[in-house]
Design a protein around this ligand. Structure first.
Ligand code: PGA
Length: 254
């Protein structure tokens, strides 16, 4: 894993947005894997800003989001599809036909997951997957457990994860759906490059276990150690428990 520590989340977002812009310029048909949550909000703001100032052309870019709440349609304001629309898609020239999402209202979860896996394969796989990490070490909705589903699946959410999502549901965790569709760790590990962003003290322990810990289904992020091309963008608080000397860590602003 290549770790970079930034002073402020804005700086990490700017570096990642520039990187995505450069990759889209080099390969206009880039396949991006995208994440939701609080962490990527500055990244999407910066991408919208770059689109306005420099005209990054998203028209041939394909996207796949990691996950979606089960039982919510794209028009529900708490859905991740609506989040993506608000934060990125409504503001850039992305082709809606190239935006891929798990359908939280699909009649059959298993078939919907199989459809998603096929769509990713048909797109040629994900070139660059953006990830956040849960304070409990989850990735997407791959929650800590005794066993994990490798591929895209219907997941039961932990109370901690429902609480973390409550702001989208009137700060009432009981209104957060109890289940979600999520890419599995094997799906995520097939991406060519993974960039994980973790900011703040609440992610410190999860980052430590992701980077240094044993591979364990109790910390789904630990499986990222198996991937040859993982970049981790941290702030100082999230990086606090990482043994800097043991890793390839660079300070973005020495
Ligand atoms: P956050 O969520 O960006 O809102 O902290 C990250 C995650 O739970 O994966």
């Amino acid at each position: 894993m290549k770790l970079t520590v930034f002073r402020h989340e804005r700086e990490a977002a700017a570096v990642l947005a520039d990187r995505i812009a450069a990759e889209v310029a080099a390969n206009p048909a880039l396949v991006l894997g995208l994440a939701t949550g609080r962490t990527p909000v500055p990244l999407y703001q910066r991408l919208v800003d770059l689109y306005r100032r420099r005209g990054i052309d998203f028209s041939r870019v394909t996207t796949f989001n990691l996950d979606e709440f089960w039982g919510l349609g794209p028009d529900h304001p708490g859905s991740y599809r609506a989040y993506m629309q608000r934060h990125l898609f409504a503001h850039v020239n992305i082709d809606p036909a190239r935006v891929h999402f798990l359908n939280g209202l699909a009649p059959d979860a298993e078939r919907e997951c199989a459809r998603y896996e096929r769509a990713i394969a048909e797109a040629g796989g994900i070139d660059l997957q953006v990830l956040g990490i849960g304070g409990n070490g989850h990735i997407g909705f791959n929650e800590p457990a005794g066993a994990l589903n490798a591929r895209t699946h219907l997941a039961v959410l932990k109370p901690q994860t429902r609480r973390a999502n409550a702001s989208f549901f009137g700060n009432d965790a009981s209104r957060v759906p109890a289940d979600a569709l999520s890419m599995g760790m094997a799906t995520i590990l097939q991406s060519r490059t993974v960039v994980l962003v973790a900011m703040g003290r609440g992610k410190r322990r999860a980052v430590e276990r992701m980077v240094h810990g044993p591979l364990t289904t109790r910390v789904p992020a630990s499986f990222l150690q198996l991937h040859p091309q993982v970049e981790v963008l941290l702030d100082e608080a999230a990086a606090e428990s990482v043994t800097l000397s043991a890793l390839s860590v660079t300070a973005a602003n020495p």
